[in-house]
Design a protein around this ligand. Structure first.
Ligand code: BGC
Length: 493
């Protein structure tokens, strides 16, 4: 099932509300703001002196080399090798070949004045079957990669898990199997111990809500399971794993600064009614903070209107709150779009009884997502206020557009829409900082065009164009622009 088919499916299983951000619509381009799009102060935007401009990538999406140097099979290898799962039959077997071309990629970051690089580690390179002895060659790759960044003056920000679970663990039940949480903690400790002398900033998970729900609830992503109960169980194991990994990593590397990159989409109530406002809060609870409150408060928020059944399905045990609780050092926010939320009485989504949609007031990107910079301000301010001004990193924000090199100048990729996208979002971020949010860094998704999960190579999120025939990299206009922003801290450059 691709993301378009998923939309139909999601009517029946719409509890995974964030997914409508994957809806497909025609690409729309305009240069004049439409009525209803708030103005942003681009010229006046300023960033603090030590603000870190960076980019983000993920192992399966860029590395390729899927069985090099002893690497084991991950659920994404398995899923992509299963016919019909990925658009066009694409796989991440080669992807951008960053495994072999990492020096070139770090050189691009350096050229673009980047100060932070968010990357992820493939668990199957470190422990091919998810447990047991370390595969030294796999570890050595990340060690070289990190050294290359440091030599370029770039902070390595390492994500421990960006969705590529070892297939061997999936064969034992995957994330819905509670036993996985200890295995994950062991793996995260190996990383902290081996790279912790050079890596200080760690994200335990990337978007726990997305990989548990798309992987086990709707089956759009690996491992392709479609069972709401499996989603609930997976979510709980991941919450346990987050707490346990936090402690394991701190023990292995006391100077580690450990957080998680959460997917967050502000959900505004469709009307002023009390019912819609309550629905918007349920939306926030499941989409945005279901894996955050567990860490910071040791307990789940309530997206289920007091219904205890989902928690019973998750298999909560008396001491689990202690295991989940972890005072994250920073909160990562991945922001892509906003949603409008309405109460659905006893209908709508089976767990939360709401309906939601992504508006189309702002411009629409190539993959059908609304461009809404104000949403970044809104979610950053909400998290900042409600969690007492935590340290925040924007761990992802970006857009898909299909711009390619000019036919008569192969070194030029004009992508004005992406520049507009980043201008708007960075201006709203600067405003949030001015209004008191403690945001330390921003990571554009993504450095390179890459393997966009079930969409294969059809969606280009990069600031660097990748020709997937010969893997040649060409920095797009947006990349050059972002490089100037990183150097000056201003947006009109
Ligand atoms: C993920 C990335 C993905 C991006 C665009 C995020 O959900 O973390 O891996 O490529 O959004 O879809």
């Amino acid at each position: 099932m691709n993301r378009r088919q998923f939309l139909n499916y999601s009517a029946a299983f719409a509890a995974m509300t964030a997914f409508s951000r994957y809806s497909i619509a025609a690409e729309r381009y305009y240069t004049q703001p439409e009525a209803g799009v708030p103005e942003v102060d681009i010229a006046g935007a300023r960033f603090p002196e030590h603000f870190l401009f960076g980019t983000a990538t993920a192992s399966y999406q860029v590395e390729g080399a899927w069985k090099a140097d002893g690497k084991g099979e991950s659920i994404w290898d398995h899923f992509a090798h299963t016919q019909g799962k990925i658009k066009g039959g694409d796989t991440g077997d080669t992807a951008c070949d960053t495994y072999h071309r990492y020096k070139e990629d770090v050189a691009i970051m350096k050229q673009l004045n980047q100060k932070s690089c968010r990357f992820s580690v493939a668990w199957t390179r470190i422990q091919p079957t998810g447990t047991g002895a370390v595969n030294q060659k796999g570890l050595d790759f990340y060690s070289r990669f990190v050294d290359e960044m440091l030599a370029a003056g770039i902070r390595p920000m390492c994500t421990v898990f960006h969705w590529d679970l070892p297939q061997a663990l999936e064969d034992q039940g995957g994330w819905p199997n509670r036993d996985v949480y200890n295995k994950f903690a062991d793996y995260s400790a190996i990383l902290a111990k081996s790279l912790g002398d050079r890596v200080e900033t760690w994200a335990i998970f990337n978007e726990p809500f997305i990989f548990t729900s798309l992987g086990y609830g709707t089956g759009v992503h690996a491992p392709g399971k479609k069972d709401i109960n499996l989603f609930l169980k997976a979510a709980h194991t991941v919450n346990l794993a987050q707490g346990e990994a936090f402690r394991a990593m701190k023990a292995a590397s006391p100077r580690a600064k450990v957080g998680t990159a959460f997917s967050m989409s502000p959900g505004a109530p469709a009307t002023d009614s009390a019912a819609d406002k309550a629905a918007a809060e349920r939306y926030h609870a499941i989409n945005n903070i279901f894996f955050l409150d567990t860490a910071l408060k040791g307990k789940y928020p309530d997206p289920f209107e007091g219904n205890q059944r989902p928690f019973e399905t998750m298999g909560l045990r008396p001491d689990d709150e202690k295991i989940m609780r972890a005072p994250l050092d920073w909160i990562g926010i991945n922001y892509y779009n906003r949603h409008i939320v309405a109460d659905a009485g006893q209908g709508g989504e089976p767990l939360t009884h709401l309906t939601e949609y992504m508006p189309t007031v702002g411009p629409i990107t190539y993959n059908g997502w609304e461009v809404w910079p104000r949403g970044l301000y809104d979610i950053v301010m909400r998290i900042s206020k409600e969690y007492n001004r935590p340290i925040i990193e924007i761990t992802e924000n970006g857009c898909a557009y299909s711009d390619a090199p000019l036919p008569d100048d192969a070194n030029k990729v004009p992508d004005a829409r992406r520049i507009e996208f980043y201008k708007g979002h960075l201006a709203e971020l600067a405003r949030a900082i001015k209004d008191g949010a403690d945001v330390r860094g921003y990571h554009a998704w993504s450095l390179l065009d890459n393997f966009e999960w079930a969409e294969g190579y059809s969606q280009r999120f990069g600031m660097t164009y990748v020709d997937f025939r010969d893997l040649k990299r060409t920095v797009k206009d947006s990349g050059h622009w972002y490089g100037r922003v990183a150097a000056s801290g201003k947006l009109e450059v």
